[in-house]
Design a protein around this ligand. Structure first.
Ligand SMILES: [Fe+2]
Ligand SMILES: [Fe+2]
Length: 376
C-alpha cells in the first residue's frame, strides 16, 4: 500500500516551510521526556561466539578502542568563543551574503551589524553542540534497546560496547557545552520526533535503521565537517575521538542489517524505505536551526528563507547525506519496489552520493592510534 510523500510526512510537500516551522518543542521546561518502547526484550540461548565474524571483529576492535573523556581530552585548553566566531569562515555577515547575491535590504536582517552576526554565529554553535548532545543521548537509549531486542549474541556483545561509547559522547558534549560555551538549547522538535519514532517502534531492526544508519550516518558527516572547519583545538580533538567511535557504530548498522534485509519481502522492505525517507526529511529539517533565529528575535521564516536556503547552505545540507545514501544502497534499500527510495532521494537532491564509499569498513581509517589511546 503506497502512501504519498504528503501522507508520510503529514504536510503538503517535502519543502513546505510553514509546515516545518509550525511544529515546535512544547516540552522545553520539562526535565523528563517519557516514550513508550513497544519492543520485546529477547533472550537468546545460542551463545556461539563469532557466528557472525564481522560483528565479532567489531567487538574486539571496540574493546581495544575505549577512551576516557575526562583524561584523554585536554580540558585545560581555554576557549574564546567570541574570537573563534570572529575568525570562523562559517560566520556570516552582510558582505559575505552579498557575494552570494543575497540582498538584505528591507529584510529583518538589514540592520544587523558585526555584533549581531557574531552573536548569531555563537548561538549557532551553542545550538549545534546542544543538538549533538541530545542526539548522543538518543544513541545511548537506542543502543541499550538493541542490547535487549537483537536476537544475535554477537550483536548484543557489540551493542553493549556502543552503550559505553555513547555514554562517553553524551558526557563530553555536555562538559564542552557547560564549561566552554555560552548557552544551551532544548532538543530540536524534528530530532525529537525522529528519536521518539525510533524508540517507539516494536521491530528490532528499525532501531538500527533509524539510529545507526540514519542518525549516526548523518552525525558522522556533520562531525567530519565541523572537525575540518574548526580551529579550536579541544573541539577538534573531541570530534576526532567521537568520530573514531561513530564510524564503528555505522559499520555495526550496515553489517547487521545487510544480512537481515536480504531475507525480507518487498512489502517489509517498503516499510523500511518509507521509514528511511521520513527520517531523512526530519534530519534535514532540523538543520534549519529555527530556534537560533527565535532566540535572536527575528522573524524565523524570513530569516530562513534569506539565509538557510542559500546555495552554500544547501550544499552543506546535502553533504550531510554523503554517508546515508551509500549505506542505504549497500542495504538494498534504494532500488527495491520500483526504485522507491531512489526517487525520494532524487527529490531531496542527495542521490549523487550513492556511489560514495559505504561505511561497512571505513571505521578502520577513522581508528585512533595506540598513542591516541595512551591513557586509556
Ligand atoms: Fe555517539
Ligand atoms: Fe554512535
Amino acid at each position: 500500500m503506497s502512501r504519498t510523500d504528503a501522507e508520510i510526512l503529514d504536510r503538503s510537500s517535502v519543502d513546505d516551510l510553514d509546515a516545518i516551522l509550525a511544529i515546535s518543542n512544547t516540552e522545553r521546561d520539562e526535565v523528563i521526556h517519557r516514550v513508550t518502547d513497544n519492543a520485546d526484550a529477547i533472550f537468546t540461548w545460542d551463545y556461539e561466539k563469532g557466528a557472525r565474524p564481522p560483528l565479532a571483529k567489531l567487538y574486539e576492535k571496540a574493546k581495544h578502542s575505549m577512551w576516557n573523556g575526562e583524561t584523554d581530552l585536554d580540558w585545560s585548553i581555554e576557549v574564546d568563543q567570541e574570537r573563534n566566531a570572529r575568525e570562523s569562515p562559517m560566520t556570516m555577515n552582510a558582505d559575505t551574503l552579498a557575494q552570494l547575491g543575497i540582498d538584505l535590504t528591507g529584510s529583518s536582517l538589514q540592520h544587523w551589524g558585526e555584533k549581531e552576526w557574531i552573536e548569531h554565529s555563537i548561538q549557532s554553535q551553542n545550538w549545534s553542540l546542544s543538538q549533538f548532545m541530545h542526539g548522543e543521548q538518543g544513541a545511548l537509549i537506542c543502543t541499550a534497546k538493541i542490547v535487549e531486542t537483537v536476537p544475535w549474541i554477537d550483536a548484543k556483545y557489540y551493542a553493549s560496547t556502543q552503550v559505553m561509547d555513547e555514554a562517553r559522547h553524551v558526557e563530553v558534549f555536555a562538559k564542552y557545552l557547560d564549561t566552554k560555551l555560552s548557552g544551551y538549547y532544548p532538543v530540536n522538535t524534528h530530532l525529537k520526533m525522529l528519536l521518539d519514532d525510533i524508540v517507539n517502534d516494536s521491530r528490532w531492526d528499525m532501531t538500527y535503521l533509524g539510529m545507526q544508519i540514519m542518525v549516526e550516518g548523518l552525525a558522522l558527516a556533520a562531525f567530519g565537517f565541523m572537525h575540518q572547519m574548526t580551529t579550536e583545538p579541544l573541539l577538534k580533538q573531541l570530534l576526532r575521538y567521537v568520530m573514531s567511535d561513530e564510524a564503528r557504530h555505522v559499520a555495526f548498522g550496515v553489517l547487521s542489517l545487510k544480512e537481515y534485509y536480504e531475507g525480507l519481502s518487498d512489502a517489509e522492505i517498503f516499510e523500511r524505505q518509507q521509514f528511511a525517507f521520513e527520517a531523512a526529511v526530519r534530519m534535514r529539517d532540523r538543520f534549519l536551526q529555527q530556534e537560533v533565529w527565535e532566540r535572536m528575535d527575528v522573524p524565523v521564516k524570513d530569516a530562513i528563507e534569506l539565509v538557510m536556503l542559500t546555495p552554500t547552505r544547501q550544499l552543506f545540507q546535502m553533504m550531510l547525506f554523503s554517508k546515508i545514501v551509500p549505506n542505504c544502497k549497500k542495504l538494498g534499500l534504494l532500488d527495491r519496489n520500483d526504485r522507491w527510495l531512489r526517487h525520494r532521494f532524487e527529490e531531496l537532491g542527495v542521490i549523487q552520493f550513492e556511489d560514495w564509499v559505504d561505511t561497512s569498513s571505513e571505521y578502520e581509517t577513522f581508528a585512533l592510534s595506540d598513542t591516541d589511546l595512551r591513557t586509556a
